[in-house]
Design a protein around this ligand. Structure first.
Ligand code: FAD
Ligand code: DHB
Length: 396
């Protein structure tokens, strides 16, 4: 079998790339190792930047997003027992974010692809990408117990951090930049109405907490926990008590979260990581296959989207004119946005979390920074511009 673009991985990056290419008249095949229901249920990100929602709409995946997505005009920062709201549109010239879970984005893109798109194979596990330096890369994969081969003009690794595509780039041809953090997040989904109609990011001496949501009836909540934490050590009541303690307000001592049944609980480690360049010959890397951010900036999914928008435009130009100019620029174009997001995610992480090895001086610096954001429109505008994300232009 041969296709123009072989896409390895059917997460948000792979599915959206397939959709954008289909609309541009470029053939592709998506190979996804897991089954459909697993991919649709994997709990992950929840915040879409304005540019991401614009792209999804333009790709024809905006109907349910517009009906069910919750548009947010602000976020709240809590520290030293006080709450400070950042009004996103007034700080950014009108930009907002939307709460719409990654699970829903993935469901919408899969439904579109299966009714009106190119081949998308579930249960297709890719083992190798060969010949990226030649003119016709070869993808080897197993599906329904059979070894299969797919040749292509271009291969794209959208197979996440644990994928195999990156290994097709010789070690001497790539450089990894990495930082790990001395804490993780314990995340829960709960059948409880969100405590507030906007997200609350809280810094406290007990650790970071984040109150987010999925729908008006479902809360998504996170607590900073030590690395290696076993979720079994956190019974539901302990989680609720700790969230209440970290989100406490001095002026409202009776303030409490609304509790409800916890339906999902997991621990997420935290990492900053970038591999450069994002291209080797006819193999491109996009999304988590090329970079990871710690989640406090809510950037992972949005970066996956911006990578594939840049790549789809570049492949479309090559397909219609034969020009490889945008393909040549792909890695540099993406890395500029990636490093901006890496910096912002590191900044949010280190400003809001409580490092177990911190000194009292470090804590004072964090509080000074948070106070600056709460009191200076310039500092608030910088955070808001990064949080809502830059527009996606022809050059990224
Ligand atoms: P992925 O979503 O990882 O998709 C990769 C796909 O490739 C998967 O479907 C996988 O099954 C498939 N695949 C892998 N190997 C192969 C193979 N050999 N052959 C075929 N298919 C393969 N971001 C936030 O902004 N906020 C969050 O709260 C948040 N929480 C997260 C929690 C977890 C546990 C993780 C891992 C990530 C989280 N992220 C979060 C980040 C965000 O979800 C990712 O940035 C986003 O999923 C990236 O999309 P992707 O398509 O690049 O990769
Ligand atoms: C969510 C996750 C994040 O990492 C974040 O910064 C905001 C919201 C969420 O899952 O809702």
């Amino acid at each position: 079998m041969h296709t123009t673009v072989a896409i390895i991985g059917g997460g948000p990056a792979g599915l959206l790339l397939a959709r954008l290419l289909y609309r541009a008249g470029v053939d592709s095949v998506v190979l996804e190792s897991r089954d459909r229901s697993y991919v649709e249920r994997r709990q992950r990100a929840g915040i879409l930047e304005q540019a991401t929602t614009d792209v999804l709409r333009a790709a024809g995946a905006g109907d349910r997003l517009d009906r069910e997505g919750l548009v947010h005009d602000g976020i709240e920062l809590r520290f030293a027992g006080r709450a400070h709201r950042l009004d996103l549109p007034s700080l950014t010239g009108g930009r907002r974010v939307t709460v719409y879970a990654q699970t829903e984005v993935v469901k919408d893109l899969i439904a579109l692809q299966l009714t009106d798109g190119g081949p998308l194979f579930f249960g297709a596990e890719v083992h190798s990408v060969e010949g990226a330096e030649g003119t016709r890369p070869v993808i080897r994969y197993t599906r329904e117990g059979q070894e299969q081969t797919l040749t292509c003009d271009y291969a794209v690794g959208c197979d996440g951090f644990h994928g195999i595509a990156r290994a097709a780039v010789p070690e001497a041809a790539r450089t990894a930049y990495e930082r790990t953090y001395p804490y993780s997040w314990l995340g829960i989904l709960a059948e409880a109405p969100p405590v507030h109609d906007e997200l609350i990011y809280a810094h406290s001496a007990r650790g970071f907490a984040l109150a987010s949501m999925r729908t008006p009836a479902v809360s998504r909540l996170y607590l900073q926990v030590p690395n290696g934490t076993d979720p079994a050590d956190w019974p539901d009541e302990r989680i609720w008590d700790e969230l209440d303690a970290r989100l406490a307000l001095e002026a409202q001592p009776d303030w409490r979260l609304r509790r409800g049944p916890v339906t999902q609980k997991s621990v997420l480690p935290m990492r900053s990581w970038v591999t450069e360049p994002m291209r080797h010959g006819r193999l491109f890397l996009a999304g988590d296959a090329a970079h990871i951010v710690p989640p406090a900036g809510a950037k992972g999914l949005n970066l996956a989207v911006s990578d594939v928008v840049v790549l789809a435009r570049a492949l479309e130009l090559w397909h219609t004119t034969g020009s490889e100019a945008l393909l040549e620029a792909y890695s540099d174009t993406c890395l500029r946005r990636v490093w901006r997001a890496e910096h912002f995610s590191w900044f949010m992480t280190t400003t809001l979390h409580t490092d177990p090895d911190r000194s009292p001086f470090d804590t004072r610096l964090q509080l000074a920074q948070l106070d600056r954001i709460a009191s200076s429109p310039h500092a608030a505008a910088e955070l808001a511009a990064n949080y809502t994300g830059p527009p996606l232009t022809a050059t990224g």
